[in-house]
Write a protein that binds this ligand. Sequence first.
Ligand code: NAD
Length: 309
Amino acid sequence: MRKKITVVGGGNVGASCAVNLALKELGDVVLVDVVEGVPQGKGLDALQMGPIEGYDVSITGANDYEQTANSDVVVITAGLARKPGMSRDDLLIANHKVVSSVAENIAKHSPNAILVLVTNPLDAMCWTAFTASKFPKHRVIGMAGVLDSARFRTFIAQELNVSVENVTAVVLGGHGDTMVPVVRLSNVSGIPMTELIPKDRLDAIVTRTANGGAEIVKHLKTGSAYYAPSAAAVEMVESILKDKKKVLPCAAYLEGEYGVNGLFVGVPVKLGAKGIEKIYEIQLTAEEKAALAKSAGAVQELVDILKKQ
Ligand code: NAD
């Protein structure tokens, strides 16, 4: 029997997720949006790619949760996206309301699902979904690090004119300007990056990575990135549904790891059939620890606002 994947939010990221999920034949897809007709239309369009691309999965659209029942994985992309001049944090209260109601509906219809959060501000929205769904922590996972590290890898590969496949990058922390690309642990086919790229260039690449989302918002003017974000979410879904046990940077609920308590922050995790199967706690330098603490502090500030809602 095929797996069932619900994607909530049929906008740019959600619709691209549906297409990428189908292209990988990961399961039947239900696309949910509040706007009548949009998920139905986009779902039908994506379904009609099947004969061309050769996938045999169903893709349907809905405005409620009946059709989503007993989903294995639910990707949550519903909410507002950034416009120029907005930070991810500007979306906090509006998206908190959206994600709370989505998570409650999902918990009702798919009590055993694994949630993959995409909606921004990402780490705070993971907390919202965790609280609203009451799911165990290993079944609530945030997508940010896979995207942030893909951006870092892209810029490194461009700089060195090498294959992106050879570039491995570690990015920790919250999904925001305070994210922590860990240069020390990033490499090109095992060769430390610090031996290949001078410090000033590396610093510039780290800064460009941290501002990677804003760079795209500035170009697009009416929205934010969606091709790479949807591919990143689908890589996580694939690792879960195929039980690949990939080690990926994801937002996970920390209870003491890295000195963080009661918050979702980006760390390396093992993703398999159970969701987060392991959190890797790696030794950090004093400077990296301080940067991670600052990033976690920024997430804490948002969660503190939500706790007063
Ligand atoms: P979009 O505006 O294109 O799509 C959002 C969709 O959500 C819209 O179709 C809207 O109708 C729908 N929606 C709103 N409220 C809903 C509800 N209650 N139930 C169901 N659907 C609802 O935006 P997008 O570009 O697809 O981005 C979606 C979210 O993902 C944004 O919050 C954006 O900031 C975030 N994002 C996160 C990352 C990341 O790295 N985590 C990357 C890119 C985008």
